[in-house]
Design a protein around this ligand. Structure first.
Ligand code: FES
Length: 126
């Protein structure tokens, strides 16, 4: 189980049902004006959430990226230019300085919850 830091100003947002997310793939979830990419990594039985916007060319595309691992670290590859990001830390694993925000995820009674803060309701501006 991956542990993420949360703070008192964060809230658990009910994003969707478990069956709404494809196995070993992602979906895009709207939160306020923001888009969050939500992934279900079936082989690891783990859930991840990140910003949907790739910082490279600002494409809203990460939810359509392929997921996999690099040295056992779960990652997503942007479908545009294949830059990869850690699903745990958001760090770019392709050697670039950019990174993406990640969010804690939990599943309860077949509902997927994402931990978000008030600042996550607004669209991302890099
Ligand atoms: S837009 Fe994502 S890698 Fe270029």
């Amino acid at each position: 189980m991956i542990q993420h830091k949360t703070d008192l100003k964060s809230t658990w947002f009910a994003a969707c049902r478990v069956e709404d997310v494809v196995h070993n793939g992602g979906v895009c979830v709207q939160y306020g004006d923001n888009q969050i990419a939500l992934f279900y990594f079936t082989r690891r039985n783990e859930w991840y959430a990140t910003h949907n916007q790739c910082p490279h060319k600002k494409q809203m595309a990460l939810s359509r990226g392929m997921i996999g691992t690099k040295n056992e670290e779960p990652k997503v590859a942007c479908p545009f230019h294949k830059k990869t990001f850690s699903l745990i830390t958001g760090e770019c694993l392709s050697g670039d300085e950019c990174s993406i925000k990640t969010y804690p995820v939990r599943v309860e009674n077949n509902i997927v919850f994402i931990n978000v803060g008030e600042e996550d309701k607004t669209a991302i501006n890099f």
